[in-house]
Design a protein around this ligand. Structure first.
Ligand SMILES: NC(=O)C1=CN([C@@H]2O[C@H](COP(=O)(O)OP(=O)(O)OC[C@H]3O[C@@H](n4cnc5c(N)ncnc54)[C@H](O)[C@@H]3O)[C@@H](O)[C@H]2O)C=CC1
Ligand SMILES: NCC(=O)COP(=O)(O)O
Length: 353
């Protein structure tokens, strides 16, 4: 095998995330294990911070700094390619520091700009600490919504981001995402459910080659409202959405009582569970496969994946964070990038035929 990567698919970008969390540990773990040698990739991070974290973890580290992602194609595949941030990061595991915020956001901004220009084929994001960023003026609930905003501003086209948690035995989508539970009923509209399901249906067909995606929609209330006796949203908001989707030819069913739709028999009847709020989706996803589930943002003009877990700052810098979900996120982004390349090649071939 050549020591450098073959030219072909553009490199993947990896953003460092919250530096006091396990993001740096996971990047180093994947590098050490040889996972990052599988494909060209560039890490947007402060190289000084990563060196200090490697020292702390007792890892030896061979780094090459580059100014553009494409330069990683001439770097030995066993060397970690870093695109240095302008804003420095401190290496203080477990300790939030407001001065780190600018670098964390810079990594995301630059990765998205590279992706929109085609300089990287996709983005794998290490987790951010949302509250730490809110405290330094970040106005977006999380990555998902911020990435949509960046893409919308750059392209001038509206973007509805959809969070898909994809695991080996369950894929699910929360329709409302990072909002307080008391706000969910007010935010849950027939239009939002329909738009979310249209994006899931389209992206599953186009990006994951699922011929006719089967969507199962959860109810909002206990027992899906017990025919209106325990809450009305299931009948007045969710059922009308299902009717619209079915008229459009989308295989949408429900609303199902959420307490019984995640058992193995029920799961075999659908491809994606459409859930009404964050924990309705993420509790079953993380309970069934915390180490394998990947967070994929659908509806964006770029590829973005992330592990299912957060910053885990309680274990940062100790060498005990499990890299499995981050590894799965990296492989997922690579699969998606390669599939996208194949689709583009086929399109070009049929256009010139
Ligand atoms: N994609 C992203 O940027 C995400 C960011 N977060 C953020 O992370 C922060 C912390 O969130 P929490 O709810 O505490 O969830 P968390 O996932 O960071 O931690 C929950 C528990 O799981 C453990 N854990 C998490 N990942 C692990 C791993 N790879 N190996 C071993 N143990 C692991 C932690 O040590 C902790 O005990 C919050 O600020 C949240 O907003 C949470 C989820 C995703
Ligand atoms: N709990 C999932 C999560 O917080 C992921 O958020 P995002 O930062 O990827 O939008």
């Amino acid at each position: 095998m050549s020591s450098v990567h073959a030219r072909g698919t553009a490199p993947l970008a990896i953003t460092v995330g919250e530096p006091s969390g396990i993001g740096p540990d996971l990047i180093l773990a994947l590098h050490q294990a040889g996972d990052l040698a599988a494909a060209p990739c560039v890490v947007l991070a402060d190289p000084g911070m990563l060196r200090q974290r490697a020292d702390r973890l007792g890892l030896s580290l061979d780094i090459r700094e580059v100014a553009r992602p494409a330069e990683c194609l001439s770097v030995d595949r066993n060397t970690l390619t870093i695109l240095p941030l302008v804003n420095a990061h401190r290496d203080e595991p477990g300790k939030l520091d407001p001065s780190n915020g600018a670098g964390t956001i810079e990594a995301i901004d630059r990765a998205v700009a590279f992706a929109l220009k085609g300089e990287v084929s996709g983005i794998v994001t290490a987790p951010i600490d949302k509250k730490a960023l809110y405290d330094v003026g970040f106005r977006h609930p999380g990555h998902t919504e911020y990435l949509a905003d960046l893409c919308e501003r750059a392209t001038g086209k509206p973007v509805t981001p959809v969070m898909l948690l994809a695991g080996p035995d369950l894929s699910c989508v929360p329709v409302t995402i990072h909002v307080p539970i008391h706000a969910v009923p007010g935010l849950l509209t027939t239009e939002l459910i329909v738009e979310t399901c249209r994006i899931v249906d389209r992206d599953l067909r186009e990006k994951f080659a699922v011929e006719k995606p089967r969507l199962a929609l959860a109810g909002l209330n206990p027992h899906a409202g017990e025919r209106g006796a325990i809450g009305m949203e299931d009948e007045t908001v969710i059922r009308p959405a299902i009717e619209i989707l079915r008229v459009e030819g989308i295989d949408a069913k429900g609303p199902f009582p959420a307490d019984t739709m995640f058992n193995p028999r029920a799961r075999s009847s659908y491809d994606v569970a459409i859930c009404m709020y964050h924990d309705q989706a993420l509790i079953p996803a993380k309970t069934l496969a915390f180490d394998e589930t990947v967070n994929i943002t659908l509806g964006l003009p770029i590829i973005r994946t992330s592990p299912d877990h957060g910053t885990a700052s309680d274990i940062a810098g100790r060498g005990i964070a499990r890299p499995d979900s981050f590894r799965a996120a990296f492989r997922q982004a690579l699969d998606m990038a390669q599939a996208s390349d194949r689709r583009n090649t086929t399109k070009k071939a049929s256009a010139s035929a």
